[in-house]
Design a binder for this molecule. Sequence first.
Ligand code: ADP
Ligand code: MG
Ligand code: MG
Length: 898
Amino acid sequence: MGRYVYDFTKGRRDMADLLGGKGANLAEMTRLGLPVPQGFVVTTEACRAFLTSGTEPEGMSREISRHLSAVEAAAGRVLGQPDGPLLLSVRSGARFSMPGMMETVLDIGLNDASVVGLAKSSGNERFAWDSYRRLVQMFGSTVMGVDAELFERAMARLKETRGAPDDLHLDASDLAGLVETYKDLIHDATGDDFPQSPAEQLRRAVLAVFGSWNGERARLYRRREHIADDLGTAVTVQRMVFGNLGPDSGSGVAFTRDPATGRSGLYGDYLSDAQGEDVVAGIRNPVPLAGLERLDPASYQQLREHMRTLENHYRDLCDIEFTIERGKLWMLQTRVGKRTAGAAFAIAAELVDEGLITADEALSRVSGDGLARLMFPRFDTTVTGDPLAHGLPASPGAAVGAAVFDSAEAVRRAAAGEKVVLVRQETTPDDLPGMVAAQAVLTSRGGKTSHAAVVARGMGKVCVCGAEELTVDTGARRFTTRGGTVVEEGTVISVDGSAGAVYPGEAPLVDSAVMRYLETGTCAEQSDEVVDAVARSLQLADRKRRLEVRANADTPEDAARARRFGAQGVGLCRTEHMFLGERRKLVEQMILADDDDTRERALDALLPLQREDFVGILEAMDGLPVTIRLLDPPLHEFLPDRTELAVRIATAEAHGDLPDPHDTELLDAVNRMHEENPMLGLRGVRLGLVVPGLVAMQVRAIAEAVVERRRAGGAPEAEIMVPLVGAVEELRIEREEVERVLAEVSAESGVAVTCPVGTMIELPRAALTAGRIAGQAEFFSFGTNDLTQTTWGFSRDDVEAAFFSAYLDKGVFAASPFETIDREGVGRLVSLAVAEGRAARPDLTIGVCGEHGGDPESVRFFHGAGLDYVSCSPFRIPVARLEAGRAALPETGPSDSR
Ligand code: ADP
Ligand code: MG
Ligand code: MG
């Protein structure tokens, strides 16, 4: 066997690295005995050799000739022979399918002589010319690089002069004329002629596939997806079978189950007298697969059997391309098919019930991202009608609002209480205020890493981007759909960020059945297979997982919801909001106090209020740990805005009035406390060390809340967490204060209050000295938001909107490090701190409370790093449970789903 070419009979499904996905699966179908037209695969290794040397690898053409001879011998005809030629298709196929790779060329081997032979041998002149014009068109555009539009326009012109409603109404001589027109087009555009030699056609097509690996779109895609540039693509060369031989022929696509709902059955489309992509290209209307049963019952039955064979073999939903040539069925492609999030759950559960896969495998095939999508309300697609446009589902959810075309208008209308959707070609950092004000963002350009997509995801805002069917005219303040519908500013539209669709008007919403189940713990009366499947996956995940899942919750309501979603405690309770609202006055007094008495009075007034908050949360999480973080942000965040104050004072002075003395006092304080980089300023543990009484008040509120809950018969489990520690000494000093107050409250109340004291690890220095810090900490909780900021030197609010989309485009990282943990950098600090912390204190409890705790990829990392729990926002809890369970499954083989 040669190095560069594999016959279909010599390959297997698991050889996708070498044969590409398409080639490996064709080989697998051949091995299974399904009717696959003969062929061979030129390997990715040949492509790699070509890409390195820039020339055809030594010996490749000899190998191709040898394999071609075998195909010719079996067919009893030679490639392009003038009387009844063998024809070939040349198809690209890499390990991962990617945009920008060369399109398939069909009917290789036809030329001015063999087209006549084909007409004779098939007894169908029209068919022969139709095939020839397809070859010249495809070869001209994909191999020779002529603008495809030119061919399409020539075809449209011809149809118009002939009064032909579709391609079937063009006869042999029309098509023969078209071939001449196409050839002229090629000559005019390239100065070169369409090659008449079949061998040259084949050779150039194969090399063009190799060349397309380095096409601009493919390179951009790989950079964004972090797919290695040196994988290369394979080329599949296969004997043609013909669906365009008349009404007893045709081509189709099929799914072994409904990819939308997961229900089993045969789904797909069939178009008679058609070749290749005609069935999906919308040139004529296909019939649903069931219609094939009437047209050709024998082929239909065979197709059913083959599909059953494939599904049993692949043990998953397969999608299939097939062609019928004069009543004979041929299989042309299969792969594990894409599906909706709901279908993924339903199919996995059903395959378990059918005994095809194990429950573990089912769990490995569903995902937290999919579950998250199922938790959003969605538009009721049974009544929405057709979408105005499709785009990329960049940030999930469903939103309704009036279309507006710039940021200022969005802000203006939103301030007046109107719901708006910001529509732009693309967004830039200048659009930020408008994005904040809008319900959803819709762009006509840009991919999933465009500015709009990145920022919207960061804000949890619905976004559809790259809706290229739309022409957005910002100047005229309207957009136009492909169908010609004009949507003026102010018109209400509905944006589905989960499906990537835009609807006219206010589309009605339906609640998520999955969400209802998660909220109530029960399924709806009438059984819903998706909800049942989600429930089963979550139950299994809970049995498998080693990570506990806690919630980030600051209020009793959030804590209660989190508990319903399965939280095993609160991993982060922030006290900030307890200092806002009506309490702001008290906080102001505390900050402005220039003597101990005033300060103490303010703190005393805050104490009972804080205590009540803690009582509520401890009650909602009774019996489970609640980790309360002491005040973290810099104090000036609780004072009024500096510019606002200055303006107020200046205005008063301009009117000749005396400014409000309180304003002047406040401005003084604000100026005193002003920091150039508040993120790196007086905050966290530093506050506690320099503002007298602040920590004592908070700890007292916690301890008294514990006492109150105990007296009420509860089982409160408060834990006290110190933020932003960088040196063990900071924690030691603060800890002394905490313990002093706990002892005080215990003595006063007669109830022994002990709370574990721990720290956040959110500075590189904390991670680097974790062993020493563990000496003073009973637990660690990684604050991965700040740890990412401080490790990268990124201020999140500044960098995300400004240049993250550019960084993602350039492939600096494949995902924002604020969404998915940066394993190499931040992750390394985490692992180091885990190892040194545990070495110093073996019973150290370790968790994570940054947003990464609810991100599927990151959860896998935290599982591997040996953490005890992840903590995330209540809505992410089911996602984290599922992913923690999946992370605990034994490694499975590579999946075909990509
Ligand atoms: P894609 O990756 O875009 O699906 P394919 O390589 O599958 O491209 O080919 C495009 C179309 O041509 C498909 O409809 C496919 O079924 C059809 N096709 C490919 N090879 C052959 C062949 N040997 N005979 C008939 N049709 C073919
Ligand atoms: Mg295909
Ligand atoms: Mg922090």
